[in-house]
Design a protein around this ligand. Structure first.
Ligand SMILES: *[C@@H]1O[C@H](CO)[C@@H](O)[C@H](O)[C@H]1NC(C)=O
Ligand SMILES: *[C@@H]1O[C@H](CO)[C@@H](O)[C@H](O)[C@H]1NC(C)=O
Ligand SMILES: *[C@@H]1O[C@H](CO)[C@@H](O)[C@H](O)[C@H]1NC(C)=O
Ligand SMILES: *[C@@H]1O[C@H](CO)[C@@H](O)[C@H](O)[C@H]1NC(C)=O
Length: 404
C-alpha cells in the first residue's frame, strides 16, 4: 500500500497528465526530418493491414557516405517499445543510434510504427477521434498478428529479399513473438531476431507500481471503458489548471526531473541516470511519447498477474467468440523457430533475469543470451544510454555478422 503514498509516483503521474495535455499543442520532432538533417537518405511508405489500419513505415536504405545500396544485404526492421515510435531508434544521433550506425554499415534499415502511434494513428474507415471504441480496441496482440506480418511482407516485396533481420526492444519483442507463434509461416522470413529487454514472461517484474496495479487489470479496464478512455493519452482527464500548475512546479526542476516529466511512462520503465546526458534529455522531450491503446498496458498487466504469455482476457463472452474458449489461450513458444538472440540488463526493473532465462528455455532456437556487462543496465537504457555503442551496438553487429 505504501507505494500509493510514495511521492515519486504521485509526482510522475502528475507529470504524465501534465505532459499528455501538452503534446497535442506541440510539434513533435519527426524521424524523417531529423534523419534527413544528418544527411541520410529517407523514404516513407504506408502499409495497410488486413484489418484496415494504415501504418507509416520509415526507411533509411543506405548510409550517409555511400551512394548505392550494398547488394545482397538483408533488409533490417527495427521495432519500438510501448509508448515509443520509430524515433526511439535515432535518439543517440549518428554516432550511436541504431538507425544511423546500421545504415552506415550497409544495412537497409526500416523503422516500424505500430498502430496507434502518432505516425500510424489512422485507418481505412475508422477515425481514431470519432470511432474511438472501435479504433482503439486492440492490444499488442493485433500489432503482432496484423502489423508485423503486413510490414514484413511489404519490406520483402519492395526489396525483393527472401528474409529480413529483426531488432526489437521491449514491446517490439512481444509483437514479434506473437507474430511468429500465431503465424508460424513467417519464421522462414526471418534471418535472425535480436530482442532487447525481451517481454513475454513478466512474473518477476520489479517495478513496484506496475506490480501493485497488475492484479487490478480487469477493474482498470472497466474504469477506462466507463470513462471512455481508450487511448493511452488521457487528454480528456484532469483538464483543470490546478493540476497543471502543481505538475508545473515539479516539472521545472533540474534536468533529470524534467526527463521524468517528458516521458513518464518511459521513466517508470526504468533507466540509469548516469547513462543519460542533458542533450539526450532534451531530445527525448522533443520527440515525446509515441502513443498506444490502453489495452496494450492492460495486456501486459495480465502477463504480470498470470506469469504466462497468453492472449488477452476480454471476458468470458468475448473470449468464447474470439478463442472458442471462455479463457484466453497461451501463445505457443514451440512455433517460434527462427534464430533468436536475447539481450537483457541486470537491473531492468521490468524484465527480470529469471524471466529471460526462463524465456530462453521455452524458445526452441535461442542462439545466444547476452547480459549487458554494466552493473546498472535498465529497461530504457537500451534506447537512450550514453554507452549503447560499447554495450549494445557492438554485440548487435557481432550477431548480425554471423547471419549475413
Ligand atoms: C561521412 O560523411 C560525413 C558528413 O558528410 C563526414 O563528416 C564523415 O567524415 C564521413 N565519414 C566517412 C567515414 O567518410
Ligand atoms: C508487391 O508489389 C507489387 C508492385 O509494387 C504490388 O503490385 C503487389 O501487390 C505487392 N504484393 C504484396 C503482397 O504486397
Ligand atoms: C470449439 O471448441 C469445442 C470444444 O472445445 C470443439 O469441439 C469445437 O470443434 C471448437 N470449434 C472450433 C470452430 O474450433
Ligand atoms: C505448439 O506447437 C507445436 C509445434 O508447432 C505443436 O506440436 C504443439 O501441439 C502446440 N501446442 C499446443 C498446446 O497447441
Amino acid at each position: 500500500m505504501t507505494v500509493f503514498f510514495n511521492i515519486k509516483f504521485v509526482f510522475i503521474l502528475l507529470c504524465a497528465f501534465y505532459y499528455f495535455k501538452q503534446i497535442n499543442a506541440q510539434e513533435n520532432l519527426h524521424f524523417i526530418d531529423i534523419v534527413k538533417s544528418h544527411g541520410y537518405p529517407t523514404e516513407v511508405y504506408e502499409v495497410e493491414t488486413e484489418d484496415g489500419y494504415l501504418l507509416d513505415i520509415f526507411r533509411v536504405p543506405f548510409g550517409r557516405n555511400s551512394t548505392t545500396k550494398v547488394p545482397n544485404r538483408y533488409p533490417l526492421l527495427l521495432a519500438h517499445g510501448l509508448m515509443g515510435s520509430a524515433e526511439n531508434f535515432i535518439i543517440g544521433g549518428p554516432t550511436k543510434a541504431l538507425t544511423y550506425v546500421l545504415a552506415d554499415h550497409g544495412y537497409d534499415v526500416w523503422a516500424f510504427n505500430a498502430r496507434g502511434t502518432w505516425h500510424s494513428r489512422k485507418h481505412r474507415t475508422l477515425d481514431p477521434d470519432i470511432d474511438m471504441r472501435e479504433f482503439w480496441r486492440f492490444t499488442w496482440h493485433e500489432i503482432g498478428y496484423y502489423d508485423i506480418p503486413a510490414t514484413i511482407d511489404f519490406i520483402l516485396n519492395v526489396t525483393n529479399a527472401a528474409k529480413l533481420h529483426y531488432i526489437g526492444h521491449s514491446q517490439g519483442t512481444t509483437v514479434f513473438f506473437v507474430a511468429m507463434s500465431e503465424r508460424p509461416e513467417y519464421n522462414s522470413k526471418i534471418n535472425v531476431m535480436i530482442g532487447m529487454g525481451p517481454s513475454a514472461l513478466l512474473s518477476h517484474i520489479k517495478q513496484p507500481f506496475l506490480k501493485f496495479m497488475a492484479p487490478m487489470f480487469k477493474y482498470l479496464q472497466n474504469l477506462a471503458e466507463s470513462l471512455k478512455v481508450y487511448e493511452m493519452i488521457p487528454k480528456n482527464l484532469l483538464s483543470n489548471d490546478a493540476v497543471r500548475l502543481l505538475a508545473n512546479s515539479f516539472c521545472d526542476e533540474k534536468p533529470p526531473a524534467r526527463a521524468l516529466c517528458s516521458n513518464a511512462l518511459a521513466a517508470m520503465a526504468g533507466f540509469t541516470e548516469e547513462q543519460l546526458d542533458p542533450d539526450t534529455i532534451n531530445f527525448i522531450v522533443s520527440i515525446g511519447p509515441g502513443g498506444a491503446s490502453v489495452y496494450q498496458g492492460l495486456h501486459y498487466a495480465q502477463l504480470v498477474q498470470t506469469g504466462k504469455f497468453m492472449n488477452y482476457d476480454w471476458g468470458p463472452k468475448e473470449n468464447k467468440k474470439r478463442y472458442n474458449s471462455s479463457t484466453p489461450p497461451e501463445y505457443n513458444f514451440s512455433n517460434i523457430i527462427c534464430p533468436i538472440s536475447l539481450m537483457y540488463g541486470k537491473e531492468d526493473i521490468l524484465i527480470a533475469e529469471e524471466d529471460v532465462i526462463e524465456l530462453a528455455t521455452r524458445l526452441p532456437n535461442v542462439i545466444d543470451v547476452y547480459k549487458v556487462p554494466y552493473e546498472h543496465w535498465s529497461h530504457m537504457d537500451f534506447v537512450w544510454a550514453k554507452d549503447v555503442g560499447k554495450y549494445i551496438n557492438k554485440h548487435i553487429f557481432r550477431v548480425l555478422r554471423k547471419f549475413n
